[in-house]
Design a protein around this ligand. Structure first.
Ligand SMILES: Cc1cc2nc3c(=O)[nH]c(=O)nc-3n(C[C@H](O)[C@H](O)[C@H](O)COP(=O)(O)OP(=O)(O)OC[C@H]3O[C@@H](n4cnc5c(N)ncnc54)[C@H](O)[C@@H]3O)c2cc1C
Length: 258
């Protein structure tokens, strides 16, 4: 199921016992972002996206920008909205770096390789040296086995026939199963996890805690929501865009403005 969500369990990277909850903090919070915290969105066959923490609201950006002219008393949300729209339009982007979002993302390694190219993020990833790889592998949905584009070497176009789609899915599932069996066998033989993992395909899922400031996150979204981005990473970007839109509506409106 894509884009559906559930609340995360106690072992997620969200708030834990003893941590201060939103209504006790002195920091500015966003009601929309609070509502998004710890919602787990499903993507692809085993992927997940969850906002686990954030810093700053729409007004954080307006306040930071007003530092330029040392006047911020008596400003209303409408003033903030107009200022944020103007800042984005004028590409006065540094105040947007005052807000940051932290996600837990489970994604196949081939999507991770695209994701990790966004160097302005900070991240920490599952270690398959430290723990074993779980049996979670990407297999495309039946209606999403795409053909190779003839005019763009990097893109897909159209779909394979239902028969070829079924065969493609079977071949991928077989490889996934076979690789995992060999992986487990190597582990059972006593081989180090750091070496045994060489048999894992790029369809294996990994997981990251991924932090980015809003300015660079909007840049990520521009690149990864675009039609020329691979569909699989686009699905992740669409979920992240939805979270930004609901959590930081003034920023999102400014970003989406023509
Ligand atoms: C459709 C598509 C196809 C792609 N195809 C390929 C491919 O075939 N092969 C491939 O290797 N990659 C490919 N990429 C990855 C691409 O080259 C970028 O690495 C990736 O999109 C991250 O973009 P970025 O550098 O702007 O973002 P970030 O790394 O988040 O950086 C944000 C901004 O910070 C600045 N910045 C960051 N690092 C530096 C630096 N070292 N020097 C100067 N300024 C810096 C730049 O202004 C940059 O735009 C592709 C990306 C897309 C969207």
């Amino acid at each position: 199921m894509r884009g559906t969500h559930k609340e995360s369990g106690p072992d997620s990277a969200g708030r834990r016992r003893g941590e201060v909850s939103g209504n006790q903090t002195k920091r500015p919070i966003s009601e929309g972002a609070e509502a998004e915290l710890n919602k787990v969105y499903s993507v692809l066959n085993h992927g997940e996206v969850e906002l686990v923490d954030y810093l700053g609201s729409d007004s954080t950006i307006a306040r930071a920008a007003r530092t330029s002219y040392q006047r911020s008393d008596g400003k209303t949300p409408d003033d903030d909205r107009r200022l944020i729209a103007r800042l984005w339009r004028d590409r006065h982007t540094s105040p947007f770096e005052m807000v940051s979002l932290t996600f837990r993302i489970r994604l196949p390694i081939f999507v991770m390789r695209q994701h990790v190219r966004h160097r302005t993020a900070s991240l920490n990833e599952w270690s398959f040296r430290y723990t074993e790889c779980p049996e979670l592998f990407y297999v495309p949905a039946e209606d999403d086995v795409r053909g190779q584009s003839k005019d763009n070497k990097q893109m897909s176009a159209g779909h394979l026939s239902p028969e070829d789609s079924a065969l493609a899915i079977r071949l991928i599932a077989e490889i996934n199963k076979d690789s995992f069996e060999k992986y487990k066998k190597l582990i059972e033989m006593g081989m180090a996890r750091e070496q045994a993992r060489v048999v894992l395909p790029v369809s294996a899922y990994t997981q990251i805690i991924w932090n980015m400031d809003m300015r660079n996150l909007l840049h990520y979204l521009s690149l990864r929501l675009a039609p020329d981005a691979q569909k699989e990473i686009r699905e992740y970007a669409q979920i992240i865009a939805g979270i930004v839109g609901r959590g930081w509506p003034m920023i999102w409106d400014a970003y989406k403005a023509p």
